[in-house]
Design a protein around this ligand. Sequence first.
Ligand code: HEC
Ligand code: HEC
Length: 374
Amino acid sequence: MKDQLGIIITIVILVILFINIGFFIPKPKPKPIIINNNQLRQEALMHGLKPVPKTWVKAKRLVKDINDPLSTNKIKLGHLLFVDPILSKNKTISCATCHILTKGGADNRPTAIGYHGRHNPLHLNTPTVINAALEKMLLWDGKSPNIQNQAKGPLQAPFEMNMTPKEIVKRLKKEPFYVKAFKSAFKSHKITFTNVINAIGAYERTLLSRGSFDRFLDGNNTAISSKAKRGLFLFMRLGCKSCHTGISIGGQSMQRFPLKRYDGFIVPKSVFINGMPVFSKFEFHSPRFKGSPFPFPDTGGFHGRNNQFQFKVPTLRNVARTAPYFHNGTVKKLKEAVKIMARHQLGIVLTKKQIGQIVAFLKTLSGNPVNYKY
Ligand code: HEC
Ligand code: HEC
């Protein structure tokens, strides 16, 4: 009896040792990353991580639309409409209620709350409107092709502003101020639903932000900390940039999420940076969200475009200011979101230090809309 117990204990110990063998394999001493500011900047620019321009003349080229030319009057009118609750049924909600520009362009709620306290039926989290005009597709399912088209949705959705195009036009026509403003903004001089969404879209196209990362890309070596520079390096070399790409650092494609399994063990892939493996150890995954197809609760039950787990890659500009995270807003901390991304999109386990560096980089993407002179 005693002998058997001894054997069982030995086996258990051996199994535990085997599982954690990664702990005992001596790891090569991490070499310092040898890459200078210029190389780092060149690598970022080469990967399409471009700075948002300082001047409107240059910025305008990025957001131009031949079918819907921008003019100062149209932009100014769009700004007024964006913040005016008159566009909602009970006159209490405007676009700016959920897209708060001083808070990174979103609402910091897990899910949006609109007309009469109604929650988004799919428990969708409000994305930022800042830099949204730089994205190739909009909404979590990527189904909206451009910013003007998108504005049709919230104006009419019963859980957002709950209006009809007819009601909107009727209301605005009663305001002499708007009658004048539409006259000066549009060739047709008319208040129409299309003109309403085009004006709002025109204003949204001016909402571009610059963070310290943009100043670094412009050539200022001290604009971001060395911790953030290491984070940028990891962001590029690990492959975050393959999905979060372009000037908006996201919003350029639909991608599957999650890509890698997450229950049971993670088997680390050999990812080496400067000869240094980036995974730290074998890890158990939290079985907490078993039953959910995501590494967080399946609140809202949204499973991507056509239920195919395809999501629009969100922009990471201002991400540090737009917690909580993911399509259903159930992840509160940015470091948790980064950890999840590394595991489930890249199949690697980051150290706390590496997560901290990536978060430091993501913080350099924060910025209010530039006060362009148009
Ligand atoms: C009740 C809160 C709420 C209101 C009001 C609201 N939005 Fe949104 N907005 C959201 C949510 C939630 C989403 C994501 C919906 C989805 O993906 O299906 C979103 C998505 C967007 C997007 C897409 C961003 C991206 O990166 O995909 C834009 C642009 C936008 N809204 C602009 C507007 C405009 C313009 C108005 C006013 C006409 C407005 N919103 C009113 C909550 C709101
Ligand atoms: C294969 C494509 C892909 C890769 C690689 C990838 N991501 Fe993502 N990322 C996505 C998608 C898709 C989402 C949205 C998923 C959702 O909300 O359900 C997302 C969401 C995020 C979010 C949450 C944003 C928000 O506003 O809610 C952060 C932060 C993020 N990614 C950072 C990273 C970092 C850091 C890396 C590298 C370690 C990375 N991503 C790698 C596709 C990718």
